[in-house]
Design a protein around this ligand. Structure first.
Ligand code: FAD
Length: 479
């Protein structure tokens, strides 16, 4: 009966909210639970930061372009959505670091910038002899103090020295968060490095031992196997497939949640336009600044009020093949910390993802904007494109104007997990459990911002929701 259905509202229709809605309805079907699930999205489309343009045979990602294959929740969700056959793995190729106006091949044997083979590290021109000698101190340095969190920068600088951090580790790791390596939390971003240090003491020896069979940069600078996956028609196709799997009437687009009130055991959700909804349980899959605003009257989640988010922009440029006079054998580069380039990375998308580009064409995708250097994102499209082309021309000799360009600004989009982030999230979850029973937090502001991390959090929120609803029902029966 309609009246007996338990009502669940999911706030935010990015990948986290979508995955939560999908798994909740699946669970309800399998367990015979009578649930009424609503997914509320402020904008007029689902997917949040996932957005694909298809045009003239090109597949262009405005936001994320792929996900890490070894984190399996995304491939699992793809299978659920009937998209398994659409998955494609990236082509392997040389990748580079741009430093001192030159492209250096990524040193062979490095894993996330950490050397695991001695010869390619000794022979690379990326570091000075003094920088290499300093990195070798890792073999003898003691473990770091395990009692508190520290910044990624502090951890790696202590082990491997500034030069390796600024030229290799920073561009790779902080690029993922568009963050400042000296502010980002080790424990909230890459706790595995801390664990390796604690277990083996030396990071270099530990990474070598603990990742024996993982794909890494081969001695020629090429990866052995592609580490990333996407879909032939882009990541948006997963969003569309999931939306189609949801029961009719689940999704409410163009509805912004303004505030939430507690009424007895349930919640009243107030939306723009004055419409209200009731819920027994909620998954909050919105960014932390939206969470703070929705619960502003509650005196909760104060710890997220000052949590920064960085603004970035992606710039996709399509050219005819002949426009590139100096072609480079590789799939892209990241930019070293102390360089006078504005772009932070560039992917030669037509080489890394050949399905994305028609024959005879070239597709480049560049990033601008990082913590402490975000003003570029506010320039006009024309100004951003000029800055990007000027930078690219320092390495590539592009002699024609692009066929077309897409500049996509992502304002305040990259949540910064600064030192102490895990404790702050733990506190927020505890507060929610005590003051807002039945409300669960998930998504990129909390426990990982990669697409698979968001899906993992959605799955956990669904498990918590189902458990909560079951215990609620049992209490109601007893009453
Ligand atoms: C440029 C860029 C490149 C990236 N590259 C990669 C990559 O290659 N691989 C990877 O794994 N990850 C990448 N990421 C990270 C990843 O894309 C995101 O972390 C992830 O998509 C976030 O999903 P989400 O559902 O948690 O949040 P979002 O996608 O931000 O979705 C949140 C949704 O909530 C809605 N909302 C907000 N407030 C309200 C409200 N009050 N009421 C209702 N709805 C509301 C928003 O409109 C939005 O749709 C990238 C991110 C960016 C910006």
């Amino acid at each position: 009966m309609q009246g007996e259905r338990q009502k669940i509202v999911i706030a935010g229709g990015g990948i986290t909210g979508l995955a939560a809605a999908y798994y909740l309805q699946k669970e309800a079907k399998e367990k015979g639970m009578a649930l009424d699930v609503k997914l509320i999205e402020a904008s007029h489309r689902l997917g949040g930061k996932i957005q694909t343009i298809t045009r003239d045979g090109f597949v262009i990602e405005r936001g994320p372009d792929s996900f890490l294959a070894r984190k399996q929740s995304a491939s699992r969700l793809a299978k659920e959505a009937g998209m398994e056959k659409e998955l494609v793995r990236n082509t392997t190729g040389k990748s580079f670091v741009l430093a001192r106006q030159r492209l250096f091949p990524m040193p062979g044997g490095s894993i996330m910038g950490i050397p695991t083979q001695i010869a390619p590290f000794i022979t690379t021109g990326l570091f000075s002899p003094a920088g290499k000698a300093r990195a070798a101190a890792d073999f003898v340095l003691p473990r770091s103090n395990p009692s508190h969190d520290q910044s990624l920068g502090a951890f790696f600088r202590r082990r491997l020295g500034d030069e390796v951090v600024d030229n290799l580790i920073d561009p790779l790791l902080s690029g993922i968060y568009a963050g400042d390596i000296d502010q980002l939390s080790l424990m909230a971003t890459f706790p595995q490095f801390y664990q390796v240090e604690q277990k083996y003491r030396s990071l270099i020896l530990g990474m070598k031992k603990s990742t024996g069979s993982q794909p890494k940069q081969a001695a020629n600078g090429k990866s052995k196997e592609g580490m990333f996956l996407t879909f032939k028609s882009g990541l948006q196709s997963l969003v569309d497939a999931l939306e189609n799997k949801l029961e009719p009437g689940t999704v409410l687009k163009g509805h912004r949640i303004e505030s939430i009130k507690k009424t007895g055991r349930s919640y009243t959700i107030e939306m723009n336009g004055g419409e209200n909804l009731q819920a027994d349980c909620m998954v909050m899959a919105v960014p932390h600044h939206a969470l703070c605003s929705i619960f502003s009257g509650w005196g909760l989640f104060e710890q997220f009020k000052d949590m920064p988010s960085t603004s970035v922009a992606t710039v996709a440029l399509a050219f005819p093949e002949e426009a590139i006079e100096r072609d480079i054998d590789g799939t892209g580069f990241v930019v070293s910390r102390h360089s006078d380039f504005t772009i932070t990375a560039c992917t030669w998308t037509h080489k890394k993802w050949p399905h994305s580009t028609p024959k005879g064409k070239v597709l480049l995708r560049c990033y601008v904007g990082k913590a402490g250097d975000e003003a570029v994102v506010d320039l006009s499209d024309d100004q951003i494109v000029k800055v990007v082309l000027d930078d690219l021309n320092k390495t590539m000799n592009i002699k024609m104007i692009p066929d077309f360009v897409y500049v996509t600004r992502w304002k305040d989009s990259m949540p910064q997990y600064t030192v102490g982030h895990k404790e702050r999230v733990g506190l927020a979850k505890k507060q929610a459990q005590e003051k807002l029973p039945g409300i669960f937090l998930a998504g990129s502001s909390f426990e990982g911002l990669g697409v698979p991390d968001c899906i993992d959090q959605a799955e956990e929120a669904v498990r918590n929701t189902v458990e909560y609803l079951k215990s609620n029902k049992q209490k109601a029966v007893r009453v």
